[in-house]
Design a protein around this ligand. Structure first.
Ligand code: UDP
Ligand code: MN
Length: 245
């Protein structure tokens, strides 16, 4: 049978949340065999997200885990704040408590709510045996960040990355997926606030694999199937009552 893709989406309330989740859920409607894990950064699950999930008719696990205040208000500078840590960990704990090693088959992907996904990406994700990697568009100050392949071996030998290319894994959260077996076999692998913000991906991937073992996908890392888009904060100067936008 086709391996299930477990797509983990942290999400938080702001004006564009419903728009983002509409786009993501309708992308996932085009993908067979997905289990969407939506984790709200909130004290309680909201009706906005609950209704959107119901309407989507996708297979969904709906969780919530609030980012602690020390993290949320730590720094004025956006880039210093950890985002999605609590939520991704809640999803990982759910996977480890509810799925079974060697019985459930699938691949785990961190699918932020604001990126843009080509449905071809999910065909690539399904191929992942341990850890798969591919290029990510519009990130790190570059048009694309990508693993660099050794032309002789076809293996990853380095990274084109706008930021610290010498990180152990210079890969954005959107640029890799991990087989469920491996995720279940390494229960200690979690995200943490002690990791330097930009090293989250690197430190997390270090639990599972080495550079030499990475599986380059998307046509030997020549195709861009995901973009690290960021939605502009809308200017809302007036509120018309009676609408849930
Ligand atoms: N996120 C969250 N709580 C926050 C900030 C972000 O749950 O306080 C989620 C957000 O919805 C997204 C992920 O965490 O799915 C990554 O956040 P963002 O896209 O803002 O980070 P960036 O891409 O700018 O690094
Ligand atoms: Mn983002």
């Amino acid at each position: 049978s086709v391996p299930t893709i477990y797509a983990i989406t942290p999400t938080y309330y702001r004006y564009v949340q419903k728009a983002e989740l509409t786009r993501i859920s309708q992308t996932l409607k085009l993908v067979p065999n997905v289990h969407w894990i939506v984790v709200e950064d909130a004290e309680e699950k909201t009706n906005l997200v609950r209704n959107l999930i119901l309407e989507s008719k996708l297979i969904v696990t709906h969780l919530n885990a609030k980012t602690p205040p020390f993290e949320k208000f730590k720094d004025k500078e956006r880039w210093k704040k950890h985002r999605g840590v609590e939520q991704r960990n809640a999803a990982l704990t759910w996977l480890r408590n509810n799925l079974h090693l060697n019985i459930d088959k699938g691949v785990v992907y961190f699918m932020d709510d604001d990126n843009t996904y080509n449905i071809k990406l999910f065909q690539e994700i399904r191929k992942v045996k341990k850890v798969g990697v591919w290029p990510v568009g519009l990130v790190g100050g570059l048009n694309v960040e990508t693993p660099i392949l050794d032309s002789a071996t076809g293996k990853v030998k380095g990274y084109r990355s706008g930021w610290k290319p010498n990180r152990p894994f210079a890969i954005d959260m959107a640029g890799f997926a991990i087989n469920l077996d491996l995720m279940l076999a390494k229960p200690n692998a979690m995200f943490s606030y002690t990791m330097e913000k930009g090293l989250q991906e690197s430190e997390f991937l270090s639990y599972f694999t080495t550079k030499e073992e990475l599986e380059p996908l998307a046509d030997n890392c020549t195709k861009v199937y995901v973009w690290h888009t960021r939605t502009e904060k809308p200017n809302v100067n007036g509120v018309v009552e009676g609408f849930e936008v």
